[in-house]
Ligand binder design. Structure first.
Ligand code: NAD
Length: 500
């Protein structure tokens, strides 16, 4: 195993990077049909990383046509599962082999610490691809219970052409959560990365070809939401649309499906996740560390961020003091520094948005107990201090809206009923945590929480074996696990008359 990289060796790798910036259609890198490009700015220091192809409707048409041709050819869609499995496994291995480069691209493009990009994002992407490849030939159809004169077969078939629109907070991993099950089930894909973080997706397309994926099976079309995302969502020859991003855009995409060809549409959207700490938590110190990590990890740009901390009043003051201490240790550093606990926010727009929420917290009367300002880490970069508000009221804007930044809202509660009422009174339902030593209470509360993932006595549990997704306006459908295959397949019932 290689020694962990130092900041200098990450910088040396960055200096020698050959950054791909074109779209990838039909197995080749191409410019946008219009020749247009957009500037890809690193939030680490505000420097340009390159001019990226700005795809629009004409490019989407070309990419969808390529995906359709590859699908109809059967080269991938009708390949034996054992063959697809080999290619998907090779894809996973190649992602690992290119792990340093992909981690670095991710860090430069959207500002997260490169250590996290390598050890979490790339590692989880490899696991997701490998796990899905392993699983793809273990999904059987069904035989319906019938009388002796007929046979009823229930089979799963690929959707066809899948459009995938992904966000910027975990650009590689969110793309892989879609690509792995879509490709494993034989679909062809048109992937639109976020305009704020297109680089790893663009690189991935080439790696897929190297793994043996036939041309046209994976196309990547960088561009903006309106210019590239919307034509994909409205396309009449796209069979399925999968999305991770904000609730507002997710709702809009469901309408696009309805306005066009009723393509299957699955949305993974936002959250405002409650982390409930009872006074009898097994270890309040560990719970405080986890509460800080739960909101400050990835600069708080996490759909499952533990953004609402609900603490039982009898321990609230000492608990908040411990969270503040843990938060202080997570001050942002240069993202290429190994072990940086936080890096840069994705861009100036997001930085201004987060600072705006902090101002709102103060003006609505919450008590600022940590941070609250832009942090001066690298000139020209987008850094915000870990920020904690105590004495937040449930009606405050910072308690209700998804901030998507390093801002924690603390609310006190007296008993279980009040904790549950506060936790569930939100339009979102992505994740929730509960800390208690009382096993009956743990089960009672977990059962009543309206969220797709519930964690007891830790935050952010889970792996590829369990589904991930939201209740309410956090979305529909599930990523990860065998449940992910449901989004990428149609179910067919075939009836055969044996008495003919
Ligand atoms: P966003 O909704 O602004 O953008 C997501 C993607 O949609 C981007 O590729 C964007 O270009 C595209 N898009 C924007 N407008 C569009 C339009 N009109 N038509 C088609 N495409 C359009 O979200 P974001 O700011 O990139 O990401 C942050 C959001 O993602 C947060 O709300 C976060 O909670 C959510 N998220 C959810 C999960 C999950 O699994 N539930 C995971 C990560 C992030």
């Amino acid at each position: 195993m290689n020694a962990p990289r130092t900041r200098d060796s990450w910088q040396a790798l960055a200096d020698g990077l050959d950054i791909r910036t074109q779209a990838f259609i039909d197995g080749h890198y191409v410019d946008a049909a219009s020749g247009k490009t957009f500037d890809c700015i690193s939030p680490i220091d505000g420097r340009s990383l390159g001019q990226v192809a700005e795809c629009e409707a004409e490019d989407i048409d070309r990419a969808v046509a390529s995906a359709r041709r590859s699908f109809e050819s059967g080269a991938w869609s009708e390949a034996k599962p054992s063959h697809r499995k080999k290619i998907v496994a090779r894809f996973a291995q190649l992602i690992e082999q290119h792990g340093d480069e992909l981690a670095l691209l991710e860090s430069l493009d959207m500002g997260k610490p490169v250590g996290d990009a390598r050890n979490v994002d790339v590692a989880a992407s490899v696991r997701c691809m490998a796990w899905t490849g392993e699983a793809l030939d273990k999904v059987y159809g069904e035989v319906a219970p019938t009388g002796p004169d007929e046979l009823g077969l229930v089979t799963r078939e690929s959707l066809g052409v899948v459009g995938a629109i992904v966000p910027w907070n975990f650009p590689l991993l969110m793309a892989i959560w879609k690509l792995a099950p879509a490709l494993a089930t034989g679909n062809s894909v048109v992937l639109k990365p976020s305009e704020k973080s297109p680089l790893t997706a663009i690189r991935l397309a080439e790696i897929a070809i190297k793994a043996g994926m036939p041309p046209g099976v994976l196309n990547v079309v960088p561009g903006f939401g309106k210019g590239a995302g919307e034509p994909l969502a409205l396309h009449m020859d796209v069979d399925g649309l999968v999305f991770t991003g904000s609730t507002a855009v997710g709702k809009h995409l469901l309408q696009c499906s309805g306005r066009s060809n009723m393509k299957r549409a699955y949305m993974e959207c936002g959250g405002k996740s409650p982390n409930i700490v009872f006074a009898d938590a097994p270890d309040l110190g560990k719970a405080a560390e986890a509460a800080a990590m739960g909101i400050f990890y990835n600069q708080g740009e996490v759909c499952t961020a533990a953004s609402r901390l609900l603490v039982q009043r009898s321990v609230k003051d000492e608990f908040v003091a411990a969270v503040v201490e843990a938060g202080r240790r997570m001050h942002p550093r240069h993202p290429l520094e190994p072990g940086a606990p936080m890096g840069a926010l994705v861009d100036e727009g997001q930085t201004a948005r987060v600072l705006g929420y902090i101002e709102k917290g103060v003006s609505e009367g919450a008590k600022l107990v940590l941070g609250g300002k832009r942090a001066d880490v690298v000139a020209g970069g987008c850094y915000v201090e870990p920020t904690v508000f105590d004495e937040v009221e449930h009606g405050h804007t910072i308690s209700r809206e998804e901030i998507f930044g390093p801002v924690l809202s603390v609310i006190g509660f007296d008993d279980e009923a009040e904790a549950l009422r506060l936790a569930n009174d939100t339009e979102f339902g992505l994740a929730a945590g509960v800390w208690t030593r009382d096993i009956s209470r743990a089960h009672r509360v977990a059962r009543k929480l309206r969220a797709g993932s519930v964690w007891v006595n830790y935050w952010d549990g889970g792996d590829m074996t369990a589904p991930f997704g939201g209740y309410k306006q956090s979305g529909n459908g599930r990523d990860k696990s065998l449940h992910a295959f449901e989004k990428y397949t149609e179910v067919k019932a075939t009836w055969i008359n044996l008495d003919a």
